[in-house]
Design a protein around this ligand. Structure first.
Ligand SMILES: [Zn+2]
Ligand SMILES: [Zn+2]
Ligand SMILES: [Zn+2]
Ligand SMILES: [Zn+2]
Ligand SMILES: [Zn+2]
Ligand SMILES: [Zn+2]
Ligand SMILES: [Zn+2]
Length: 1731
């Protein structure tokens, strides 16, 4: 048995065999079926191990003739530097690739991200884009880059190792490699291109013939996924899961065995599948039946592909041998090399096999210049066959061998060789021609009606190849190159000949066209050819001889085109004593075509002849007698007239198809090789023909000849209108022919000048963004517009703000270039530009006339064009037009017509001035002004006459500036002719204009402001009206608002004192004054005061869970953690935030609105995505913010303390006493709750002796009656509290839950903390910097939380109070109280302050503490909590700097005392470690004090000290102010001194808690104070760093090489695998994407993600809602680049990122999403939960 032989033995045996090849093959024949395709399939790893051991290892042993690793080491020692110098990394689909705009030979030259990061191009103008797959990194290819061809990693260094790589390989090794590679490549080829009924060769045949077969299903693009699944289920009776697995694999690999069995059963399955799949689409699925052995060999052959790659990578020598073997012609008849056989079979191979073959080609043949050349020749040889196969194949191009063309055709030297030796231009065009032959009609022209778009799309791909070949034009021409190029050019002309005049259109009379004729195909072709045409011209221009010969060929081709012959003989036409001998032809009656590529190419070549000067030799190449310019211009003129007639609405009945064609004819995507060239052709003709004849021809073709001859009239309004429009168009054409000179060759302009002029004119329309400019400029074949080189010269850049994008404004000095009749303006652009420029001029009070600019002078060959402007026919035409206006024959002239005529007059006068300025009057023959004065002057009908009369015509008021300017110009010309100075007559009314400039400016500003205000008002009222309009019925039953204002007077008396005491807590407290002004309901517009008994007013509000403040991001957020909701854990992991947009309504109005929204929204298809109706969401009727509840406004009676009685009370009510009273009150209440009064025990255990304190003594310091609220207010209290509870705890609504009040306190506390956090983060002052809406929201929330208690069971509140108080002081019967380290003290403060009034409740009477009682309650609670918090801070701050012992002063001393007391209790656990600092404690306590100040401010309305409304440099400096406002000593440690006894006892108790000893031992995580502020993660400045990071991203759950979507969480920085089923998670029993799953934990449902490859932020809130948001990255032009569509380098914009941070901090993510969804209104929403 062979199995028993070792690799060494095998190798020797093979080596000694008489036929080594067949020995190896026999071994394979025996072994391969034992490993692959077994009855019971092996695990992948096991299979791989066997392959390595039994097959590959022996083969390598044989190759090296010894232990492979030993041989390999030797080999690498021989040629140490032989590692590949090219990167050659093959791109996966979606991988980011980079190209350098400065250095790449063409945009197809790209780098992988690693090479790019290490290359010089990183600092150049680079572009990035996502690869479509296939293709490889060009790093190291010297032909791909002008500079920097290698990155630092692939740089061969200075030693020229590349060339000396001629590998010195051991001859024996070389011989064995040749033999083995040939054998295995042959084997691989045979196996891959297997035909179903082939037989295995003798060597491979299995010894025992087994009757076991596979039925194999192949991938195709015709059948959908579902279809294949369906077919499989029916045909081979497998279940859906199995079918899905098969289908997925088939899609990925290209094929899959779906059944194993005997030949018969497999045949049956095959028939079944084919039959079942045929039902739906004509084409059956491809199925084959293969013997298991064959299948096994095929599988191994694929494995060999990867093995080859590995072996080749070892050494250049191996690579060379491999390439030789691949290219060696076979010995059989057709002599095809192995690589040719593989190429030619490509389209028949399945996906997986193709990939292996292509990768093999990449790493071998394409890595070496010489083999690349040989391969390219073979590729060219088979080119036609390959393309044909590709076109009939249905796979995508990126997995076709034809896609390799970009790798070889774009290499400049290779391209030239292929042209010279392989006539590749001809080959390519012949291939296209063959493919398109079926579209030819009888006249040998293309006709695409009814073509197959899919196939047509594939054919177009061939044009890319032609473009690649032409990409780098030769610097040196050889004779061979000339011959072959011209041969290709001739074939190209032949191809164009089939387009010349194709798809003619004929004007439709009477009836509208029935079927819109096909036109897209023709234009697609034109767009494909656009760059090719330009490149051909470019090539021609680089060699004089080629240019002349090309013109000759082109002219010949045009002459031989028999398209659109004239139908009748020439006739004579007369006008102004001129005779034109021309054939009649009417565009409106005879067929006309838009496609004239040969005419246009000829025009292009002609201009090049002029530009290069080669025109002088033209007569040697083309007989001048043969050059009939009238004839050459005929077709282009017809086309232009067609466009004009379409514009004049004459072709209405021909449908949209024609309109689209005319649009594209002049559009930026086509115009340079269509409209522009037609204009040039007319300019050529105008320069060569007699001007009068030329104009007469134009008039004839415009069908205006008779009209201007005066022998044609009509009363038909429609016809008159058409004539007018045609006249306008005709005049416009004349303006263009004379004035458009910005073409190199026509005048002496450079390409740069041309682009500058385009840019100026675009910016004259309006300021534009870089990307808009790019889109509006023509691209060359390298996708460059040249914008960057000129933009700085013509425009100023205005940076973007935090939204929007950067804009370019045209420079003032460039405005003189502005031509309102710029020929690339579309109609709307023309009027917009004209409008903009007029307005600008009137603002600047500069010259108002939009006069024609002075054009650059024509080159000599074109200089006679200007004669058009002074010929008789021209004067005649203008006179007739002006006459009509002067005589005001209505319907016979239009304002645009006159405007154009005036422009032409201006052009003529400018020309005359220029000529007069350059030479003496006698020499100048250009005599427009003379003719304009003379012709017709006898009857007073000269041009000048008319012009003078027009000046005062009211009907031409709009044009008066232009008329005036023209008249002035006449004066100038006159003076020039008379040689006198024109200055005298030039005196304009300039002075008048100037004086009022300032006034005007002011007035304008005032006007603008007024207009703006008006606009906003209108918007607002429209919004409301809309709403009221649509909800009219609701308003009919509205109750009259019942506002009593009798308390208003009493208010005033207090207002005066408000300023006195700026203390919000304790006996010094200032006046409570929390007045809601009279509010206007946004719905009914009624005014309403907020009063206890009045109908409730409510404020829109949105409650949401939040992790903005969390100190432990990512912690699992189960709502029942620890002590929540009664105690907020100090890490603030998740809180409940309540925000508001600050809009008020009547509760009743809101309820009606809400009900209406609920019912209408249900009927709106898309609204439910935005609004979660089940959760009570709605949009604010005014501002569209998303809300889910309302906060009722609680009226607060202004009240002030009686300071005397307060002082009196203070004398009795010490802190100690207060604690005793509280304690005994709670004890008493407890007794009542338990009813039986088991009060006996424990009294002794209490640290505070309650003494004689009695149950009711609490009441003795003052009680009063609580306010009574109207029903609607109490109702709203419940509504709001229930929502807060439901959202905050994520539970079903339950208004009886005892935690309802606790949640109200929580949201109050949390919202204040969030606000404080935000203010601190933005460096804003604590008071006075909140927006109004935020402030009223906060006030309403605090008041609501305070009042909510009254709607609850008082016992519940009392119990809560007791539980909370127990954290601070011992409370009887309360156990399991959390330690002070486990509670957030601000939440505790809010809870205690808001619940304490309930203690005053007596069984039968509703009571609450009086103002004095309240003052002391607040004071003591705050004092206790502050000290507790200080201790909390201190305990957590064990690594703070040690307090300087030497520190002096009261504060230091008090602090030291405090510290020493604390350390007494902690020393035992942590001796010496507890270090401390006064500043540290103060810093840690500060946020708490700030929150407390905000809280008491909102609760009491006592104004804070003014200094707190100023933002402080050092926040700590405001500590004394905060303390005084809160009635705390500014030396906080004094609190300890003041109440030493109480405090010592308490500290003793607090520190005694076991949790504290645990924490100090480090067994429990402690929160540090001040808490860290959460921000979004830091993003790199350069976006490609992120891309790089993403390219290294590995999905945690799968290892397949599918494209992933790395997505970055901006809250915590984790990279997720989005949109991929591999990373789906379960969330509440529902399958969701990785991002949704992560957001649930990381942000309590809110998520901010950056999709790295797409460069886009995704905002998420709750499972189903999300929206895209621009990433905070901008390119150098101040624009974002979603999807990296433009690919410019991107840099972080910190302002925008900060804006995003604020969006999150202020809890506006949900709102932002709702707003953008409302805006988008998508029909098919994105499934956000799958992200
Ligand atoms: Zn690379
Ligand atoms: Zn590299
Ligand atoms: Zn570069
Ligand atoms: Zn109302
Ligand atoms: Zn609002
Ligand atoms: Zn996160
Ligand atoms: Zn994944």
């Amino acid at each position: 048995m062979a199995e028993s032989l070792s690799a060494a033995q095998l190798s020797t045996k093979w080596q000694e065999a008489s036929n080594r090849g067949s020995a190896i093959l026999r071994y394979l024949g025996e072994q391969v079926p034992l490993i692959y395709c077994l009855e019971v399939e092996l695990q992948h790893a096991e299979e791989e191990l066997k392959v390595e051991q039994r097959l590959l290892y022996p083969l390598e042993y044989f190759l090296f003739g010894e232990e492979p690793c030993v041989g390999l080491e030797k080999l690498q020692r021989y040629n140490s530097s032989s590692s590949a110098q090219q990167c050659g990394r093959v791109f996966k689909e979606g991988e980011t690739v980079y190209s350098c705009r400065d250095c790449a030979i063409d945009p197809t030259c790209v780098l992988c991200i690693e090479c790019f990061q290490k290359s010089v191009h990183k600092s150049h103008r680079y572009k990035m884009h996502a690869s479509s797959g296939g293709g490889f990194c060009d790093c190291g290819d010297v032909e791909a880059w002008k500079t920097g061809p290698c990155c630092s990693q692939h740089d061969p260094g200075t030693e020229a190792t590349m060339e000396t790589d001629e590998c010195v390989m051991d001859p024996g090794l070389q011989e064995r490699a040749q033999m083995l590679f040939h054998l295995l490549l042959q084997y691989t080829t045979d196996m891959l291109i297997w035909e179903e009924n082939n037989d295995l060769s003798e060597e491979l045949k299995p010894k025992v013939k087994e009757d076991s077969y596979f039925c194999i299903l192949y991938n195709d693009e015709h059948h959908s996924y579902d279809h294949v699944i369906y077919t499989l289920q029916r045909a081979i009776a497998c279940d859906q899961n199995q079918a899905q697995v098969y289908t997925a694999l088939i899609d990925k690999e290209g094929r899959r065995a779906v059944k194993r069995g005997t030949l018969r059963t497999c045949q049956q399955a095959k028939d079944n599948i084919r039959r079942n799949s045929e039902h739906i689409i004509q084409k059956p699925l491809r199925v084959e039946v293969l013997h298991t052995a064959v299948m096994a060999h095929q599988t191994f052959a694929l494995r060999l592909g990867a093995w080859f790659q590995k072996i080749i990578g070892y050494s250049v020598g191996f690579r060379d041998v491999f390439c030789q073997m691949a290219l060696e012609p076979a010995s059989d008849n057709d002599k095809l090399s192995l690589i040719s056989r593989l190429m030619l079979h490509d389209a028949k191979l399945y996906k997986g096999a193709r990939k292996v073959v292509h990768e093999l080609i990449f790493c071998s043949l394409l890595m070496d210049t010489e083999y690349k050349r040989q391969f390219a020749m073979k590729f060219t040889e088979h080119y036609k066959q390959l393309q044909e196969d590709f076109i009939s194949d249905d796979h995508q191009r990126n997995i076709s061998i034809t896609a390799l063309s970009v790798q070889i055709f774009t290499v400049p030297t290779l391209a030239r060789q292929l042209i010279e030796e392989g006539t590749v231009i001809k080959v390519i065009i012949d291939t296209v021609m063959d493919m398109m032959r079926e579209h030819l009609d009888n006249n040998h022209r293309f006709h695409f009606q009814g073509h197959n778009p899919d196939k047509f799309f594939r054919v177009q791909v061939i044009f890319h190849d032609l473009r690649y070949i032409l990409i780098s034009k030769p610097s040196i021409w050889t004779e061979a190159l000339r011959v072959k190029f011209l041969e290709g050019f001739r074939v190209f002309l032949h191809f164009l000949g089939c387009m010349q005049g194709m798809e003619e259109v004929k004007r439709q009379f009477g009836q509208h066209v029935e079927v819109e004729p096909e036109w897209e195909a023709g234009f697609t072709l034109q767009m494909q050819l656009r760059h090719i045409l330009a490149m051909f011209q470019d090539w021609c221009s680089s060699d004089e001889r080629v240019l002349l010969l090309a013109f000759q060929e082109c002219h010949r081709a045009l002459m031989s085109c028999t398209n659109q012959p004239f139908r009748s003989e020439p006739k004579d036409s007369y006008m102004c004593k001129q005779i034109l001998h021309a054939r009649p032809y009417k565009v409106s009656q005879e067929p006309v075509s838009i496609h004239l590529p040969i005419s246009r190419l000829l025009a292009g070549l002609y201009v090049l002849l002029c530009q290069t000067g080669a025109i002088q030799y033209l007569p040697d190449f083309v007989d001048p007698a043969q050059l009939n310019f009238t004839e050459l211009a005929e077709q282009p003129l017809r086309c232009i007239v067609l466009a004009a007639q379409v514009c004049a609405d004459m072709w209405r009945r021909n449908g949209l198809s024609l309109v689209s064609q005319v649009y594209y004819y002049q559009d930026v995507k086509c115009r340079d090789e269509m409209f522009d060239k037609d204009v040039i052709m007319l300019q050529i003709a105008a320069s060569k023909m007699d001007p009068n004849h030329f104009l007469m021809l134009v008039l004839l073709r415009f069908e205006l000849f008779d009209i201007f001859n005066g022998n044609c009239s009509s009363k038909d309004q429609e016809v008159l209108k058409q004539w007018n429009r045609l006249t306008e168009e005709m005049l416009y054409l004349l303006i263009i022919i004379v004035g458009e000179r910005y073409v190199p060759g026509i005048s002496n302009v450079t390409k740069e000048d041309v682009i500058m002029r385009e840019v100026i004119h675009l910016l004259c329309i309006e300021p534009m963004a870089h990307s808009t400019l790019i889109k509006s400029l023509p691209e060359n074949e390298n996708h460059e517009t040249g914008l960057e080189t000129v933009i700085a010269k013509v425009a100023n850049f205005k940076k973007p703000g935090v939204s929007g994008h950067g804009l370019y404004n045209v420079k003032k000095e460039c405005l003189k270039e502005f031509n309102p009749f710029f020929y690339h303006y579309s109609r709307p652009q023309h009027s917009k530009a004209e409008e903009a420029q007029k307005e600008r001029r009137s603002q600047e009070s500069s010259e108002k006339a939009l006069r024609p600019p002075v054009p650059p002078p024509f080159r000599p060959a074109f200089s006679s064009i200007v004669n058009l402007l002074c010929c008789d026919i021209f004067i005649h035409v203008l006179r007739r037009i002006l006459q009509k206006a002067v005589e005001d024959r209505s319907n016979q002239w239009t304002e645009p017509m006159i405007q154009r005529a005036l422009h032409l007059v201006g052009q003529a006068l400018l020309e005359e001035t220029t000529q007069l300025e350059n030479s003496s009057a006698e020499e100048v023959t250009f005599d427009f002004s003379l003719k304009a004065k003379k012709t017709g002057s006898e009857q007073g009908k000269s041009l000048l006459h008319f012009l003078t009369k027009m000046k005062s015509l009211p009907s031409l008021k709009v044009l008066k500036d232009m008329i005036a300017w023209n008249l002035q110009m006449f004066e100038v010309v006159k003076c020039l002719r008379e040689k006198s100075s024109p200055a005298a007559s030039f005196a304009m009314d300039h002075s008048k204009a100037e004086e009022s400039v300032q006034d005007k400016e002011q007035k304008r500003k005032a006007e603008a402001a007024k207009a703006h205000r008006r606009k906003i008002m209108a918007q607002m009222s429209a919004m409301q009206k809309n709403f009221i309009e649509s909800n009219k019925i609701l308003y009919e039953n509205m109750p009259e608002s019942s506002s009593q204002s009798d308390t208003a007077a009493s208010l005033d008396s207090f207002v005066m004192d408000v300023d006195k005491n700026r203390v919000a807590v304790g006996p010094q407290q200032g006046v409570w004054s929390l007045d809601w002004e009279t509010l206007t309901c946004i719905l009914c517009q009624e005014e309403q005061e907020v009063q206890a008994q009045a109908p409730a007013m409510v404020l829109t509000a949105c409650v949401q869970r939040s992790t903005v403040l969390t100190q432990s991001r990512g912690k699992t957020l189960s709502p029942k953690v620890d002590y929540y909701p009664l105690f907020m854990p100090p890490d603030l992991a998740v809180g409940t935030h309540t925000g508001s947009c600050g809009h008020f309504m009547h509760a009743t109005c809101w309820q009606k609105y809400f009900e209406a929204v609920q019912s209408t929204t249900r009927n709106r298809l898309h609204a439910e995505l935005i609004i979660d109706l089940e959760n009570g969401e709605y949009m604010c009727p005014l501002c569209k913010s998303l809300c889910n509840t309302v906060i009722p406004l609680i009226p607060v009676e202004p009240s002030s303390l009686n300071y005397e009685s307060a002082q009196l009370v203070g004398q009795h009510l010490t802190l100690m006493r207060w604690i005793q009273i509280m304690s005994s009150r709670i004890r008493g209440l407890k007794a009542m709750w338990t009813a039986d009064g088991s009060d006996a025990a424990e009294k002794a255990a209490a640290p505070f002796d309650e003494g004689q304190t009695e149950f009711r003594s609490i009441l003795s310091f003052g009680v009063q009656e609580p306010p009574k609220f109207s029903r609607s207010i109490t109702e709203m209290l419940v509504v709001c509290a229930t929502t807060v509870h439901r959202v905050g705890l994520q539970t079903p609504p339950n208004d009886l839950c005892p935690f309802v009040p606790a949640m109200s306190w929580n949201t109050c506390a949390y919202t204040i903390q969030a606000v404080e956090n935000m203010l601190q983060d933005e460096g804003k002052a604590l008071f006075g910097s909140l927006k109004n809406r935020q402030l009223s929201g906060l006030k309403a929330l605090v008041q609501f939380s305070a009042a909510q208690r009254m709607k609850c069971n008082q016992v519940v509140i009392q119990k809560h109070f007791a539980d909370m108080l127990a954290v601070l002081v011992p409370v009887p019967h309360v156990e399991n109280t959390p330690s002070i380290l486990e509670v957030d003290f601000f939440h505790l403060l809010v809870g205690l302050v808001l619940s304490i009034p309930s203690l005053y409740q007596e069984e039968a009477v509703d009571l609450q503490p009086s103002a004095v009682s309240t003052a002391y309650n607040h004071l003591y609670l705050l004092q206790l909590i502050t000290v507790g918090h200080m201790l909390q801070v201190l305990l957590a701050a064990h690594d703070c700097a040690v307090m300087a012992v030497a520190e002096e002063g009261d504060e230091a001393q008090a602090a030291a005392e405090f510290f020493s007391t604390v350390s007494q209790h902690t020393d035992r656990m942590k001796s010496g470690v507890l270090s401390f600092s006064v500043e540290g404690v103060k810093r840690g306590v500060l946020p708490f004090l700030r929150c407390a100040a905000l809280f008491f401010n909102c609760l009491t309305g006592v104004p804070p000290p003014d200094e707190l409304s100023v933002s402080a440099e050092l926040p700590e400096s405001q500590l004394p102010l905060l303390c005084s406002y809160l009635s705390l000593p500014s030396n906080l440690f004094q609190l300890f001194q003041d109440h030493r006894d109480v405090m010592t006892t308490l500290i003793n108790r607090w520190c005694g808690n076991t949790a504290i000893s645990k924490a100090l031992k480090g067994e429990m995580h402690m929160i540090r104070y001040p808490r860290k502020r959460n921000r979004l993660i830091d993003l790199p400045e350069d976006y490609s760093v992120l891309l790089n990071q993403a390219s290294h991203f590995k999905c945690p759950n799968s290892s397949d090489d599918e494209r992933k979507h790395p997505t970055l969480c901006l809250l915590c920085g984790v990279m997720l695998c989005a949109q991929s089923s591999c990373c789906h998670e379960q969330l509440n029993g529902e399958e969701v994407g990785a991002c949704t799953g992560h957001a649930a934990i990381c942000g309590a449902g809110v998520g901010l993600f950056l999709r790295v490859r797409e460069c886009e932020i995704v905002l998420m809130a709750s499972k189903t809602r999300g929206s895209p948001y621009p990433a905070p990255y901008l390119d150098d032009y101040g624009e974002t680049d979603p999807q990296l569509g433009r690919g410019n380098p991107l840099h972080l914009c910190p302002e925008r990122y900060r804006k995003l941070l604020h969006l999150w901090q202020q809890h506006c993510v949900l709102e932002e999403i709702a707003r953008s969804l409302e805006l988008l209104n998508v029909m098919f929403p994105f499934e956000w939960q799958m992200l």
